[in-house]
Design a protein around this ligand. Structure first.
Ligand SMILES: [Zn+2]
Length: 353
């Protein structure tokens, strides 16, 4: 909007909003990243190793490191080109979360129910924070930084993040912090943008960000998910701008056709300045939680379609790896990143050949 000296001064932001802005402006998470680095964000601190308890959740808790090892050892990305994020501190988390919610994480019992690993309730809370919540907070810092990198470079990938079941006031489904809501709120203030598209293609409905952006016209949500599995959140469902509900057993061809149609509709309805792509791999055939039957090649094609959708319209895109709990997930994600690079949709800087 054009401004002139005769325009009235803008109305002051409400108290809560101005505190949020102050927190965002004083955050240290928006690091200056040199151009010698690739916009691929990862820290060894992402990986969870928790007294063997991680084995009790159907979750491959070293997925994030494994993805990076495939990329670096096979010569697609130099280790030194990875971007290490800072941990999201309490002031950063308060940009979205309530103090009451963060305090609730001081109960190991509460954290145990969020990550769905009951024995965690018996572990002293300081250990729970160090071994479980700290890795999550590093990943949250990575998601927030990824939005800045996407605007600077046109694309970015946070090798972790995508905790789409957590909202400002409630965690669940292995998601303790609302990194998607946080990264979008930071982008509004620090990147001066006012329209964000969330493309959520994890197998589960993304009820966390849906509740956080209920009736917020700046955010358009396209969510394609299996309607027959967790979380069955009918309140959050009404805040999805464009939903594609799948049934258990949906196969690759039908999935990709539905995605093509959805992206076409989306293109005609909303013009975003940033795309947050939640790229869960729990759509893979054999995933015990996602219950869809998408082939590894189908996942690679899916990611290519989303990146092409972004590139064709010249919209910055950031990808989060989100759910995907099988041992094979890391290989598929690495293959997908390699494919994006081979198709010139991203530039890792040192491809072989
Ligand atoms: Zn999921």
């Amino acid at each position: 909007m054009a401004s002139s000296s005769s325009s009235p001064a803008p109305a002051p932001a409400p108290a809560g909003e101005s505190l949020r802005q102050k927190r965002i402006l004083s955050s240290k998470l928006y690091l200056d990243v040199p151009s010698s680095k690739a916009p691929v964000v990862y820290s060894p601190a992402y990986d969870i190793s928790f007294l063997g308890l991680e084995k009790l959740h159907p979750f491959e808790s070293a997925k994030w490191g494994r993805i990076c090892r495939y990329l670096t050892r096979e010569g697609h990305l130099e280790k030194k080109k990875l971007v290490e994020p800072l941990e999201a501190c309490k002031e950063d988390l308060l940009v979205v979360h309530t103090e009451a919610y963060l305090n609730s994480l001081k109960s190991s019992y509460r954290v145990a129910s969020i990550v769905e690993v009951p024995p965690v309730s018996l572990v002293p809370n300081w250990i729970v924070h160090k071994k479980l919540l700290y890795p999550f907070r590093k990943q949250v810092g990575g998601s927030i930084l990824s939005a800045k990198l996407a605007l600077e470079r046109g694309w970015s990938i946070n090798v972790g993040g995508g905790f789409h079941h957590c909202s400002a006031e409630e965690g669940g489904g292995f998601c303790a912090y609302a990194d998607i809501s946080l990264c979008i709120q930071f982008s509004f203030v620090r990147l001066n943008i006012s329209s964000v598209l969330i493309i959520d293609l994890d197998a589960h409905q993304g009820n966390g960000h849906e509740k956080d952006f209920a009736n917020d016209g700046r955010v358009y949500i396209l969510d394609m998910y299996n309607a027959g599995i967790y979380p069955f959140d009918f309140t959050a469902k009404q805040y999805i701008d464009q939903k594609v509900e799948l049934v258990s057993g949906t196969k690759t061809d039908e999935y990709l056709e539905q995605l093509d149609n959805a992206l076409e509709v989306c293109k005609s309805r909303f013009q975003p300045q940033l795309i947050v792509y939640n790229a869960g791999t729990d759509i893979l055939d054999g995933d015990p939680l996602g219950k869809l039957e998408i082939s590894p090649e189908g996942v690679v094609t899916r990611d290519e379609k989303v990146f092409r959708f972004a590139k064709d319209q010249n919209i910055p895109v950031l990808m989060l790896t989100s759910g995907g709990y099988m041992k094979s997930s890391a290989r598929v994600i690495a293959d997908s990143i390699i494919n994006l690079s081979n198709k010139n949709l991203i530039e890792l800087g040192n491809q072989l050949g």
